[in-house]
Design a protein around this ligand. Sequence first.
Ligand SMILES: Cc1cc2nc3c(=O)[nH]c(=O)nc-3n(C[C@H](O)[C@H](O)[C@H](O)COP(=O)(O)O)c2cc1C
Ligand SMILES: [Mn+2]
Length: 501
Amino acid sequence: MAPPADLREWIALLEREGELVRVSTEVDPYLEVTEIVDRTVRSGGPALLFESPKGASHPLLINQFGTERRMCLAFGVERLDDVGARLSSVLEMQPPEGLVDKVRGLKKLKSIADSRPKTVRSAAHHDVVLTGDDVDLDLLPIQHCWPGDPAPFITLPAVITHDPKTGTRNVGMYRLQKLDSRSTAMHWQLHKDGRMDYLATDGRLEVAVALGLDPVTAYSASAPLPKHIDEFMLAGFLKGEPVELVPGKTIGTEVPANAEIVLEGYVEQGDLTLEGPFGDHTGYYSAAEPFPVFHVTAMTMRSDAIYPSIVVGKPPAEDAWLGKATERIFLPAIRMSVPEIVDYDLPVAGAFHNCVIVSIRKSFPGQPQKVMHAIWGLGLLSLTKSVVVVDEHVDVHDYEEVFFRVTANVDPKRDVLLTEGPLDHLDHAPTRQFYGGKIGIDATHKGPEEGTREWPPEIDMTPEIRERVTQRWAEYGISLDPAARNGQMRQSSATPPLVRR
Ligand SMILES: Cc1cc2nc3c(=O)[nH]c(=O)nc-3n(C[C@H](O)[C@H](O)[C@H](O)COP(=O)(O)O)c2cc1C
Ligand SMILES: [Mn+2]
């Protein structure tokens, strides 16, 4: 099934699939929505359309991405790996052999050519055009997410800029703290492409913010592509349809025609404000820091525009599945430069940049260390704080098993690599912001070729006996609960509270 063309189609699909609840009673975007969503996300609950957010004239959609099933519905796939597979079929193209192969190759090339965004003439969000003093962010149900936040934040935007030197478009998901009814802060962090565009201008940089897109285009704003690749190209490729763009009303920047709401405006060199603190996806409040002011010159929207939002906080939150989508979609691309990688996992509890578990096909000494360094040199993965390397047969998504390998196979003196490098903007642990320690743990099997003793064989039953027992199970008369995971302690309800320092 093709991914939804816009937010309306997406909402209709969610509703048909029993994945959306409309909340008609009045709910306050000040903290109340967060508490409702937090409970809903943690129990794998539905997307929520708050039809009467207090004090606003537009409904608020949230938790659209909050489960694996919804993420798959968004991309029109059975499994998120299927999205990665589509990408790898293009990345791994070989010179064709024979006619059938050539035709297949041409189809793939066409799918790339068709991913280029195309300009169209009209957009439903041009129904309402507010410019100058008429711009009014107060019309929107912008969420005040956490008690320690100083203001409401727009949390699910696609921020569009162009590189002043090359003209290349960038689309990033950077939160916007509301400053007043006509301006926000622009929270592009140190390592992000939008910020590079900003630093490359010596004056003003036009910025457009699109809100309420089809789910694949909205996702693409969060995708960590190399700077010279337009995220709308990725969206077009994944949708199988080009992203349609219309020119802005007050700026040259083009914006998706299917957006519910668009903010047009600019940021300027030297025009900074204190942004934050903000209850962030790290599970902590990120500290207030200077960020550019985004001046809104036009606000355009559908007359019945739906405002999209997301709450981040202590993991797991809704953004877990945006991150998992990236993990799955980018695996083939990562394998292109680090081919020994079999699979990897970024645990949600590791807030994505804190930990990567990677399995490799090992064929020479030092290869786990090579892979650690490769990860520390790869795009935004370079910000990873800890890398755990296991052998190819270990399931990286089974954290119990990974723990078993790390504790069983590691000589801490020999197998732990401590180094340093760039760290995530939001990481509060290092002594200095942006830079600090990194740990690599080699939990692979070692052997004489690596200068160690003979590695002992792993215990496993023979396939013949396994098969025999499976065949005969009914005869034994033993009934078991397949979901039980004995050996794992149940969480004690009497856990003492953490002492705050
Ligand atoms: C819900 C959500 C909110 C995010 N907020 C921010 C943010 O405020 N600032 C930021 O720099 N990155 C934020 N990110 C991460 C970026 O969107 C991501 O790193 C993306 O790759 C940035 O685009 P770029 O690579 O073109 O810079 C957020 C991601 C998600 C899923
Ligand atoms: Mn980018």
